[in-house]
Design a binder for this molecule. Structure first.
Ligand SMILES: [Zn+2]
Length: 150
């Protein structure tokens, strides 16, 4: 870490603090000019690539996922904050899986599981539009399961 005052590379750490979000703040003193400065380190978790149905890979697209869920939640009592939180949780789960890539179905299943908790109508809409239930009978079966509390 170069000193921001004199650009020399040597500094000593005089204080280290770990914050609650996994970051590390270090207070340093330049061995050349004696100025003090702070550095902040934070581990960056990688989100796996998403493998689409046709076998191609794409970056996990948080905004796209939010848009899709928003459409399913139209005129339902689900707030933008709920959707943000839901997508944030899915992204965090994907990151902690530690995989380079995951099938899009895995992401879809996570959305489904979360929407099922949040709002049944939004859940059914999402299932129909984004996962493409084969036919109306499958949709009816799913609705029956929900009505039975399963
Ligand atoms: Zn310096």
């Amino acid at each position: 870490m170069r000193c921001p005052y004199c650009n020399q590379a040597d500094s000593k750490v005089i204080d280290t603090n770990h914050d609650t979000r996994g970051g590390v703040r270090r207070r340093r003193e330049c061995l050349s000019c004696g100025q003090r400065f702070s550095t902040y380190e934070r581990a960056i978790l990688a989100t796996p690539l998403v493998i689409k149905q046709d076998g191609t890979r794409e970056e996990f697209d948080r905004e796209k996922l939010i848009r899709g869920i928003r459409i399913s939640c139209a005129k339902r009592p689900v707030s933008a904050a709920d959707i943000d939180r839901l997508v944030g949780e899915i992204e965090a789960t994907l990151q902690t899986m530690g995989k380079a890539e995951v099938p899009s179905r895995v992401v879809g299943d996570m959305v489904m599981a979360s929407l099922k908790e949040l709002d049944h109508i939004a859940y059914i809409r999402y299932a129909i539009v984004y996962l493409g239930f084969e036919d109306l009978n499958s949709v009816r079966d799913e609705i029956d399961r929900l009505l039975e509390g399963g």
